[in-house]
Design a protein. Structure first.
Length: 557
């Protein structure tokens, strides 16, 4: 008789099939999300199906009992948790979590709105300042010195709105790769190292800053210009970029703000603001206002530059021809014949520039004066100053005064000129006694004077750069005296000759001049100047030049 245990495989197969169906229905419910099914039920069903199949295959039905026990252990903790669960507390936690999420979202929205409002306020302020500057800018177009007057207006605005004690605006000169001070107001202790030979007096320090030109490196102005990022220095004593010049009260540095003036990510200048050390330091709000104002100034400078370029081109076309004509008439038409002296000269005045002139004045039988000058500015403006300097020097060389005294007289005369034009000039004056061959040289500005010594074939510069004529009436010039020998050569020129460019943008330089002078030292003055002229033209080729070129050669025969 067959035992009932022999049919136990059938319910195991049925259990396996039902378990698989149960697993599939649970999966469908989970995927369609029609009811929340715990992962516990998937695990329990999987254990039962696996246990049933294994028990059927192995014919050891004890495994099915272990499978039931295991599945019960799996589901039991879940049922215990659910049996003692508090739906109200769970709902409270869910509500609290949701409320926290909503609060965080609202805070995030509030912060975002505040940031957006701050950005909108900043841009609205910038637009308002731009509008104000553009409207004001239009009033400067037809005025004289448009750029200077507009920068003065900007300087006043910056000083007032940032509550600064001083402000300096520097504009870049791309050709010289320098930064020049274009507007200076108030108390601004220089944050750069002053020249060692400059007296620590307020008027001299201020003059030095007003007419300074800074390289684009090794000073804080150049670093801000090159880096293109503003700098906030509330305490300059702790910042190594600011140089402390001395114990004098007017030289003590306080707070500074430096902002580059930029157009299309390119720096065109620098705004620098200062506050005296005895007052409250600049704040972050002051810094932000300075940046906004400087950005607005940068924007309005573009149309002003365009207008000035157009106006300058028109003015040069109109007045440049006239100025160049009179400039040529001021140059010696014929070189004088001097005993035991051979002269040579070369001048190439550019159309519309009118900056250079030289003169040869025989005041006595034994005294002749040579002048080489380079006047700032262009066109008719420089021609007026040129005529003034020439007239003063022509009168003064007839006295027994030294070359330095004569330059001082001319400087005072130019400094008393109050016309609103640049009245600065670099001048080299050489007094030569034709009998004793004693030379007396004085210079102002950067016009160089060289001497070639025949005895040792040496060529050296004997002049040193000083303050130009017309900066301040108290400027003192120095004389250099020496005796010339037969074959010695004095050479003076303007910077336009030395800075002449070839087609690769490289300057002619002192070395090129030295080579020509040394090679042709045995020739007379006229031939030497002609050799320099030929060498310069060969060097420059078809490259465009931007300044007058002038040369004077005096050789002792």
């Amino acid at each position: 008789m067959t035992s009932i245990d022999s049919f136990i495989g059938t319910p195991l197969l049925i259990s396996s099939v039902l378990g698989v169906l149960l697993f599939l229905f649970l999966l469908v419910i989970r995927l369609r999300n029609t009811f929340k099914v715990s992962i516990i039920f998937f695990l329990m069903t999987g254990i039962l199906v696996a246990g049933s199949i294994y028990s059927y295959v192995s014919q050891h039905y004890i495994y099915f009992a272990f499978t039931l026990i295991l599945s019960q252990f799996v589901v039991l903790p879940f049922l215990v948790v659910k049996a003692f669960d508090n739906p109200e507390k769970r709902e409270e936690k869910r509500a609290a979590k949701k409320a926290a999420e909503l609060a965080a979202e609202r805070d995030s929205d509030t912060v975002s709105k505040e940031v957006i409002a701050e950005i909108e306020e900043k841009h609205q302020k910038l637009l308002s300042i731009n509008k104000e500057l553009v409207l004001k800018l239009s009033t400067f177009f037809n005025a004289e010195n448009s750029m200077e007057n507009f920068l003065e207006y900007c300087n006043d605005m910056l000083t007032q709105k940032v509550s600064a004690d001083g402000c300096v605006i520097l504009i870049a000169d791309d050709y010289d790769n320098t930064l020049a001070v274009k507007s200076f107001k108030g108390s601004f202790p220089p944050p750069y190292k002053l020249p060692e030979d400059l007296p620590h007096k307020p008027i001299r320090v201020e003059t030095n800053l007003r007419f300074a030109q800074f390289p684009t490196s090794e000073n804080i102005f150049g670093e801000i210009y090159t880096g293109g990022e503003p700098a906030f220095i509330p305490d300059s004593v702790k910042d190594p970029r600011v140089y402390q010049n001395g114990p004098e009260e007017f030289l003590q540095c306080g707070s500074y703000i430096f902002v580059p003036l930029k157009q299309a990510d390119t720096s065109v200048g620098v705004v620098a603001l200062s506050r005296d050390p005895g007052k409250d330091k600049f704040t972050k709000d002051d810094f932000d206002n300075a940046v906004i104002l400087s950005d607005a100034i940068s924007t309005t400078l573009k149309p002003l530059y365009s207008f000035l370029d157009y106006a300058e081109h028109t003015e040069l076309n109109a007045g440049g021809t006239i100025a160049s004509k009179y400039q040529k008439e001021l140059l010696p038409q014929k070189l004088p014949v001097l005993p035991a002296i051979s002269l040579g000269c070369y001048s190439n005045p550019l159309e519309g520039v009118c900056g250079d002139f030289f003169d040869i004045m025989v005041s006595r039988k034994d005294k002749v004066s040579f002048v080489m000058a380079d006047v700032a500015g262009k066109g008719m403006a420089s021609l007026i100053v040129m005529i003034m300097i020439r007239a003063i020097l022509r009168l003064a060389v007839n006295t027994n005064q030294t070359a330095s005294t004569i330059l001082s007289w001319a400087n005072r005369g130019i400094c008393f000129e109050t016309a609103k034009i640049d009245h600065f000039a670099s001048v080299a004056l050489i007094n030569l006694n034709t009998t004793t061959r004693e030379a007396e040289i004085a210079t102002c500005g950067n016009n160089p004077v060289f001497i070639f010594t025949a005895s040792d074939k040496s060529f050296k510069q004997i002049s040193t750069p000083t303050e130009p004529m017309g900066v301040t009436k108290d400027t003192v010039y120095a004389d250099q005296k020496f005796t010339l020998e037969k074959g010695d050569i004095i050479v003076t020129c303007t910077d336009g000759l030395l800075e002449s460019l070839n087609e690769n943008g490289v300057q002619y330089s002192i070395d090129s001049l030295k080579k020509v002078i040394t090679k042709n030292s045995a020739s007379n003055g006229k031939d030497i100047s002609n050799r320099v002229k030929e060498d310069l033209k060969k060097y420059c080729g078809a490259a465009q030049q931007y300044d007058d070129q002038s040369l004077l050669v005096v050789k002792i025969q």
